[in-house]
Design a protein around this ligand. Structure first.
Ligand SMILES: Cc1cc2nc3c(=O)[nH]c(=O)nc-3n(C[C@H](O)[C@H](O)[C@H](O)COP(=O)(O)OP(=O)(O)OC[C@H]3O[C@@H](n4cnc5c(N)ncnc54)[C@H](O)[C@@H]3O)c2cc1C
Length: 384
């Protein structure tokens, strides 16, 4: 993206939206864990889902970097709503790239306007990190496929309207036997199941999906048959940079709260910030955030230049470093505030819980290490 004034103006709108709408919605999300439908619609009205959608599909045609920057900012106020926001772009990537023009234009403009909630579903009870172990099966029938299976941990699944669902079309071919399909809520046999009672991200449901003999016409297959794994990979690099950015946002917000608290709170006759033992800890947390931010920006830069292999390698490194950092920083920020840090009324406590989840979706730290090692074998040291 070259239009920096447009970028600044969109991000200023995001900041205003966070201040005026997200912040007031957080207590209710924490209390009820319900999806904030009004907040979602408001984000749609403000055009926040349009950023990287092509103009002919109702977007403003910016690159993928802008929504990543926006998600980092939203996470400073609510990681849960940031995940909802980020998930939209992650789901639309395969739809825009691989759906037929007719299917795209029947789905994408409504998502861009915040009218329909999109979801993506790969994981299953027996297939988490190992996507190729999925059991959901799509069998060819006249005019399309019949799909049977059970999916797990689908972000916004219980409130979703359109779903990119992955299923095996050639069960003996491992990851090369997976295809991607677009299923709309209401399709006979398709059921949005219960929400998992996970720690963190309250207000961002993570749900089960049940598919019983769901008919999906050929027109709703994304890309070629058995191209599903490659399609999943299309979205994973930006999804990993998204998770890294949201982790940075949460860590920064927690540090801001802890810093202010430590400058106010007096013990032994002075603000606790000025006790060197605590001051050095806070300084190290700030340094860690800045170091991780540099790696993240390197990933955004690679993505903005369209350098695919470089983006992929840095996305894994950023996901690993930023999410591990966020867990450490938010936990230490709670420590800085003593008992007050543990209060449910203290946003740092929520940020600590939310940060834990960033380490799980879009590839755990163990899986990121594995991917980084693969890049090292294939491309050597990353001296991009
Ligand atoms: C909040 C949230 C939102 C999610 N949203 C979605 C979504 O929208 N769509 C979707 O499809 N999925 C989603 N998921 C699921 C997520 O992608 C999986 O949880 C993730 O891939 C890990 O799978 P798992 O939980 O089954 O863990 P497992 O794969 O069972 O792993 C268990 C442990 O083993 C480790 N491990 C696994 N394999 C290896 C290995 N080869 N080497 C070393 N260690 C290994 C893991 O790192 C982990 O510590 C979401 C999960 C969460 C928590």
């Amino acid at each position: 993206m070259t239009d920096t004034s447009l970028r600044s103006s969109v991000l200023a709108t995001v900041d205003r939206f966070c201040h005026e709408h997200v912040r007031p919605a957080v207590p209710d999300m924490e209390l009820t864990a319900e999806f904030p439908e009004n907040l979602y619609r408001k984000a749609g009205e403000l055009g926040l889902f349009r950023m990287d959608i092509p103009e002919e599909l109702g977007g403003i045609g910016e690159d993928r970097v802008l929504p990543l920057l926006a998600a980092e900012r939203i996470a400073r106020t609510s990681p849960a709503f940031a995940v909802t926001f980020a998930n939209c772009a992650d789901v639309l990537t395969p739809i825009i790239a691989k759906a037929t023009p007719a299917l795209s234009s029947s789905i994408v403009p409504d998502v861009a306007a915040g009218i329909r909630v999109p979801c993506i579903s790969m994981s299953e009870p027996l297939a988490g990190s190992d996507v190729s172990a999925m059991r959901t099966r799509a069998v060819r029938v006249k005019g399309g496929y019949r799909i049977n299976g059970r999916k797990m941990w689908c972000t916004n699944g219980s409130v979703g309207d359109v779903f990119v669902v992955f299923a095996k079309t050639d069960p003996d071919a491992g990851s090369r036997g997976i295809s991607a399909f677009l299923i709309e809520n209401g399709a006979p046999g398709f059921e949005r199941g219960r929400d998992e009672p996970l720690t963190g991200l309250r207000g961002n449901p993570t749900s089960e999906l049940v598919l019983e003999d769901v008919f999906v016409p050929d027109s709703h297959r994304l890309g070629e048959e058995n191209e599903g794994f490659r399609i999943a990979m299309l979205t994973l690099d930006s999804a990993r940079l998204n998770a890294a950015g949201m982790a940075l946002g949460a860590a920064r917000a927690a540090l801001e709260i802890a810093r202010s608290y430590a400058l106010e709170r007096q013990q032994f006759g002075k603000p606790v910030f000025h006790h060197q033992g605590l001051q050095f800890l806070i300084a190290e947390l700030a340094a860690e955030i800045e170091m991780c931010r540099t790696v993240w920006f390197k990933g955004l830069d690679a993505m903005g230049r369209g350098a695919a292999r470089e983006t992929s390698a840095i996305a894994s490194i950023a996901k690993l470093l930023c999410t591990e950092m966020a867990v450490r920083v938010t936990t230490e920020c709670v420590q800085v505030m003593g008992a007050s840090g543990l209060s449910k009324e203290n946003p740092a406590e929520r940020l600590m819980r939310d940060s834990r989840t960033f380490q799980i979706f879009d590839g755990t730290p163990q899986i990121q290490r594995l991917l980084i090692a693969r890049h090292l074998v294939r491309d050597g040291l990353m001296t991009f």
